[in-house]
Design a binder for this molecule. Structure first.
Ligand SMILES: [Zn+2]
Length: 426
């Protein structure tokens, strides 16, 4: 409650600090906040419509059509189908300048998760359980607000609505099909709602998530079930790492003071989580032990396979070891440090010191193919709090009862429209 009141006051502070005269025709955070408030009601309705009609990765036709129609109404140039159901909207400013991109995702999850909302999914087994419906609404809200400032913008704002995020395909496929050749982009930004207090924006200079890898230990069969279990336990015990008393696998605690991401002593730093190693007999005389693991420190990734090899050899089963490999390793969301610092400064100048907070750790179990954009263009990915205990909204993305307080959309639109306006300033 205290935080919301502080935010309302902060809205009245323009983008430029006291004593500093805004350049003539500069877009102010004040104007953006008022326009955001006007846009909010219809955006909530649009988000609820998307929520009621979720579509799986690769099938986002209705969602894409909704987005494209809205962008055209706002007067943006619209390009559809670069890959799958992708939609790209281009808002050309009146003056020459740089090109700043904003990314949103179109797809929903295949799941039977509980959804108590009156606008629940009308498609059996499909549900916006990751919050992408709110991301779409936020992106369209930013486009709507910035479209009202076209005459003041120096350069272009590009809105990328990518399909197939949940399968980690859409971003890479759009890049492979020449997204940046046709439309060179200087910087890219994006956001993910998650189980942090509503309106809280959190960011980090560097990795937002731990590095996820899937490891496979292939052994000649012949081990008993008990031997396999013992070996799996030894590997897990040798690899797993966390700070004393920290339990980084308890992701639902990311919002807790003292433990959560914004605490300097957060549980979510310096860890390696190893999921349970699952044995599979292949029928070709081998048994594979596989698990996902999450490591916060990029420099330690290279030591994992040698360490596992060592543990298997020390266990007495070295003669049966065929191979140890990472069978899956996606890039991780990696924020550009200079751009992150600059973005934090802009947001704080406009909305107050509390408007964005630093994450001192990285989230396990999640990742985002936004990472592929960041491999090509410097970018920043934010978390946006969508939980509200007073409304009974506390669940993590992809878990039962996940919901989003739609007030987070208001914060998202005004904050990130202000950020982009600042990047396209005179
Ligand atoms: Zn997501």
């Amino acid at each position: 409650m205290i935080r919301l009141a502080a935010l309302l006051l902060a809205i009245l502070v323009p983008l430029y600090a006291a004593g500093q005269t805004p350049p003539e025709h500069a877009v102010t955070a004040q104007a953006i906040a008022l326009q955001t408030d006007r846009a909010h009601g219809p955006l909530v309705a649009l988000r609820r419509d998307l929520h009621a009609h979720p579509e799986l990765a690769g099938q986002e036709a209705r969602t894409a059509a909704t987005v494209a129609a809205r962008l055209r109404t706002l007067g943006l140039e619209v390009q559809i189908g670069l890959y799958g159901h992708s939609v790209v909207g281009v808002l050309r400013g009146a003056h020459a300048g740089r090109t700043i991109a904003w990314r949103a995702e179109l797809d929903a999850l295949q799941t039977y998760l509980v959804d108590a909302t009156p606008f629940r999914s009308q498609t059996p087994g499909v549900h916006h359980g990751c919050g992408h419906d709110t991301h779409i609404a936020i992106a369209l809200g930013i486009a709507e607000v910035l479209a009202q400032h076209r005459d003041q913008l120096h350069g272009n704002a590009v809105f990328i609505f990518q399909p197939e995020e949940e399968t980690f395909r859409g971003a890479k496929a759009m890049l492979d099909r020449g997204l940046l050749t046709a439309l060179p982009i200087d910087e890219i930004y994006g956001v993910h709602v998650t189980a942090l207090p509503v309106g809280q924006i959190v960011v980090r200079h560097g990795e937002m998530f731990a590095y996820q890898r899937r490891i496979r230990i292939a052994l000649k069969d012949g081990l008993t079930a008990a031997e396999i279990e013992q070996l799996a336990g030894q590997v897990q015990g040798a690899l797993a790492r966390s700070r004393p008393q920290a339990r980084p696998w308890e992701i639902q605690r990311i919002a807790e003071p003292g433990v959560g991401l914004t605490s300097a002593t957060t549980a979510f730093q310096d860890y390696l989580i190893v999921d349970r190693l699952q044995p599979t007999r292949t029928g070709a005389g081998t048994v594979n032990l596989e698990a996902d693991l999450y490591e916060t420190d990029a420099a330690r990734l290279a030591s994992i396979i040698p360490r596992v090899t060592q543990v298997v050899e020390a266990s007495g089963h070295g003669g049966q070891l065929l191979s140890v490999d990472f069978i899956q390793q996606n890039p991780t969301v990696l924020n550009d440090p200079a751009l992150t610092r600059s973005a934090m400064q802009t947001i704080r100048q406009a909305f107050g010191a509390d408007a964005v907070q630093l994450a001192h750790g990285q989230g396990p179990f999640f990742n985002d193919d936004f990472a592929y954009f960041q491999q090509r263009v410097p970018g920043v990915y934010f978390f946006l709090g969508g939980s509200n205990a007073d409304k009974g909204i506390t669940a993590m993305n992809h878990t039962p009862n996940f919901a989003v307080d739609e007030e987070s959309m208001r914060t998202g639109v005004k904050t990130f429209a202000t950020l982009i306006a600042s990047r396209l300033g005179p």
